[in-house]
Ligand binder design. Structure first.
Ligand code: ZN
Length: 160
């Protein structure tokens, strides 16, 4: 089992593919903040990726632009920065404090790990926590026919 706690979607996509190809369950935890007129939006999500539930790609949670940035070669990155400039966020001295937000998301992820390991209940495939609104939602949308889920080994392959 793999628990993914990476900050960017490029490494998330690589971890998703690694786990799909090997039939390894992946629990992915993510948190985020964004400025808003009312102050700030904050929250996160936990996805449990198994043969039965799906993966990060079919849940539609990965940002394709961020993946392109993360997986670009140094030359491609330099070309992009020359064309579009360096993002203002890359120049900031520090990020927002998200300790309590990360604590909630980490606890949700560990709870899903616990239920997966013990069989206490079925894991929840995708939970979305909106801390600024005080809501926790179970997301059931999933795109079927996912390429990455198709990489999972068949049951017989795992026994060999
Ligand atoms: Zn998938």
């Amino acid at each position: 089992m793999v628990i993914g706690c990476v900050d960017r979607d490029g490494p998330r996509l690589m971890l998703n593919q690694f786990c799909c190809e090997r039939g390894i369950p992946l629990i992915d935890a993510a948190s985020d903040t964004a400025p808003a007129e009312s102050g700030a939006l904050f929250g996160g999500r936990v996805c449990v990726c198994t043969e039965a539930t799906g993966c990060l790609v079919c849940f539609g949670v990965l940002d394709q632009n961020e993946i392109q940035e993360d997986l670009a070669t140094p030359g491609q990155r330099a070309d992009r920065e020359e064309l579009y400039g360096v993002p203002k966020s890359a120049l900031a001295g520090g990020g927002p404090s998200v300790i309590s937000v990360n604590g909630v998301i980490a606890s949700l992820a560990v709870t899903e790990l616990m239920v997966l390991l013990t069989g206490l209940r079925k894991p929840i495939a995708y939970q979305d926590w909106h801390g600024h609104a005080g809501t926790l939602c179970r997301v059931t949308d999933r795109e079927m026919g996912c390429y990455y889920c198709g990489l999972r080994p068949k049951r017989g392959d795992l026994d060999e």
